[in-house]
Design a protein around this ligand. Structure first.
Ligand code: ACO
Length: 323
């Protein structure tokens, strides 16, 4: 039996930091409101010339170094992103070129908004288990700041930019135990960027392709759905919540994270939280949190880790794995 296992993690945040106090100068808001409602204290944002692929490249190089792998070892590249550099080629193809991977391996993007990394990990796991790849680079990278309406205080305070990556390799021991990917397209009106190539192209070209969200409705959906996906994952593997060493939730809002942890009866000390420093980095949030906890020594080889995410689509998903 072939399993897939994470052999290295990496992440990257753009240098520029925007604190809640900085935002007080842009929209009518306060550090107190943002902290109380979301747990966010600051977020990183890209400079004018910086792109999603720039962030992805840094995270990928760091993950490759951690895994002791060179670019030419990679035989599959999947990037979860909602904010690709270009319409095409995919950010994964751009990344392949940047890294100098010239072996012709498959490279493609996955678009599942905040669930993008979990989707990408699920797909890479299937490739490896089927014997179609042995060493995959899986990235979640976003420049969400580019699709925010900086006049809309209900959304612009919530998000940040960044990238996280893992190297996922074929292994005789698990590794990923299961992934669970879901979507329900009925809720477009609650969370979307309703502009693109086929619809609202002129507004998109004018720089008006903004993220729109009915925050409190998304909040309720996220709490309920994340509770269910966690239960589904534990049940599928026949394990109790007490056996999970670490929960890595999507970092959208501390109140959503706490509600999921409560449902799981998981003490907050076992939950990886980066939302205070990163904000919601969409597809980058889970791998950024994973890398932070690996590098500070909390997550160790063999630990049982549960990742979960929820995002636009709606999409949601989870992965249970031995690190
Ligand atoms: N500063 C100050 N006041 C604000 C701000 C702000 N930044 N934003 C909204 N308000 C005001 C509103 O105008 C409203 O005022 P009113 O009562 O006078 O009308 C009041 O605060 C309450 O607004 P609500 O939207 O009801 O506030 P809520 O408690 O629901 O918090 C929040 C809003 C933080 C957005 C919350 O709903 C949330 O976190 N939702 C989930 C969002 C999320 O996780 N999205 C990511 C999903 S993943 C993806 O794919 C992108």
């Amino acid at each position: 039996m072939i399993y897939s296992r994470i052999t290295g993690t990496g992440s990257y945040l753009p240098e520029q930091v925007l604190t809640n106090h900085d935002l007080e100068k842009i929209v009518e808001t306060s550090d107190e409101w943002i902290r109380e409602r979301t747990g966010i204290g600051q977020r990183h944002v890209v400079g004018p010339e910086e792109t999603t692929c720039d962030l992805a490249e840094q995270a990928a190089r760091s993950a490759l170094a951690a895994a002791g792998r060179r670019p030419e070892d990679i035989d599959l590249i999947i990037v979860g992103t909602t904010t690709p550099d270009q319409v095409f080629p995919s950010t994964a193809c751009l990344l392949q070129q940047r890294l100098g991977v010239h072996n012709g391996c498959a490279a493609f993007d996955v678009q599942a908004v905040c669930t993008g990394f979990v989707y990408a990990l699920g797909v890479a796991n299937q490739f490896i288990r089927a014997g179609s790849a042995r060493c995959a680079l899986v990235v979640g990278a976003e420049t969400i700041s580019r699709i925010l309406d900086w006049n809309d205080r209900g959304t612009c305070v919530l998000f940040g930019d960044g990238a996280g990556a893992v190297v996922l390799e074929a292994s005789e021991t698990p590794g990923i135990l299961s992934t669970h990917l879901h979507a329900d397209g009925r809720y477009e009106s609650l969370l979307s960027v309703p502009r693109g190539i086929g619809k609202g192209y002129a507004q998109m070209v004018a720089g008006e392709a903004y993220l729109q969200m009915k925050g409190n409705e998304v909040f309720k959906w996220a709490v309920n759905t994340l509770g269910r996906i966690v239960e589904e994952t534990l049940e599928a593997n026949g394990i109790e919540q007490s056996q999970v060493d670490w929960l890595i939730p999507h970092q959208a809002n501390i109140r959503i994270i706490q509600a999921t942890a409560r449902k799981l009866k998981m003490p907050m000390e076992k939950v990886i939280v980066t939302v205070e420093q990163h904000g919601n980095t969409s597809a980058a949030s889970v791998p950024l949190a994973l890398d932070a906890a690996v590098r500070d020594g909390r997550i160790k080889r063999g630990d049982l880790v549960l990742m979960e995410a929820f995002g636009g689509g709606f999409t949601w998903g989870s992965a249970l794995l031995h690190f």
